[in-house]
Design a protein around this ligand. Structure first.
Ligand SMILES: [Zn+2]
Length: 203
C-alpha cells in the first residue's frame, strides 16, 4: 500500500522544517525535478487555467538546460526552490559534498536571477546534519506518488483528494517519469480545489 499522507510523528521529529502551513483555505501545490521541456509547460498551462500559483523545486542541472522555462515559471508569478544541482541523495554521500551540490544549484539560480524560496531535499531524505545546519527546508504533507507506476491515476486521485486540507503542501513532479499520472491527477486536483474554494498559492 502506498502511503500518501506523511505520518504525524515525522513532522513532530523535525519541527524546524516546514511540512504544511496552517492557512485559511490555502493549498500549496509543489512540482519537483523540473524544469522539463513540454511537461513544465503543461503544468504552467493547467495552473493558468485555474488562476493557481505554485512552487517549483528545480534541479540546478535542468535549470541550466532550460533557462527559458525558468523565465516562464517566474513570469507567471510562481515560486522556485532549490532541489540540488544533480538530485543528490543525502543518505548516499557525505554532507560536505551534498552541501556543495546545494550551493552549486544556488549559484545557477543567482545567474538566472531566481530568488529561491527554500530548499527541498531530493527523495525527502533528511540527515541530522542537514537538520541542524540548513534553514528554509520545505517538505510536504501530501505525497501524490505520481512517479509510481504500480498505482493507477484513479487510485492516486481517490487517495489524494480527501487529504487536500487547508495548509496542505502537495508534492507532484514535472518530470518525464511522473507525466503519465500528472496529466490526469493535476487537472483533477485543480478542479477539486476550485470546487472547494481553495486558493492555490505559491510558498
Ligand atoms: Zn526530486
Amino acid at each position: 500500500m502506498f502511503i500518501h499522507q506523511i505520518p504525524s510523528f515525522i513532522p513532530a521529529l523535525f519541527p524546524r522544517f516546514t511540512w504544511s502551513k496552517l492557512a485559511d483555505l490555502q493549498i500549496y501545490l509543489t512540482f519537483d525535478d523540473g524544469p522539463t521541456p513540454e511537461i513544465t509547460d503543461f503544468v504552467l498551462e493547467c495552473l493558468a487555467e485555474y488562476d493557481a500559483k505554485a512552487t517549483f523545486f528545480c534541479i540546478g542541472k535542468n535549470a541550466v538546460e532550460n533557462p527559458s522555462i525558468i523565465q516562464r515559471i517566474q513570469a507567471a508569478g510562481h515560486s522556485i526552490g532549490n532541489h540540488t544541482m544533480n538530485h543528490s541523495n543525502a543518505w548516499k554521500m557525505d554532507y560536505t559534498a551534498y552541501q556543495a551540490d546545494v550551493i552549486q544549484c544556488e549559484e545557477v539560480f543567482a545567474q538566472q536571477q531566481i530568488n529561491s524560496i527554500g530548499f527541498r531535499p531530493p527523495y525527502g531524505r533528511i540527515t541530522r546534519k542537514m537538520y541542524l545546519e540548513m534553514d528554509r527546508v520545505i517538505l510536504w504533507s501530501v505525497l501524490t506518488g505520481d512517479y509510481n507506476a504500480s498505482l493507477s491515476s484513479t487510485e492516486i486521485i481517490d487517495s489524494v483528494l480527501p487529504l487536500l486540507k487547508p495548509g496542505a503542501i502537495v508534492v507532484m513532479h514535472d518530470s518525464v517519469k511522473a507525466f503519465p499520472h500528472l496529466q490526469a491527477i493535476l487537472p483533477a486536483i485543480l478542479r477539486y480545489c476550485k470546487e472547494q474554494n481553495y486558493t492555490l498559492s505559491a510558498l
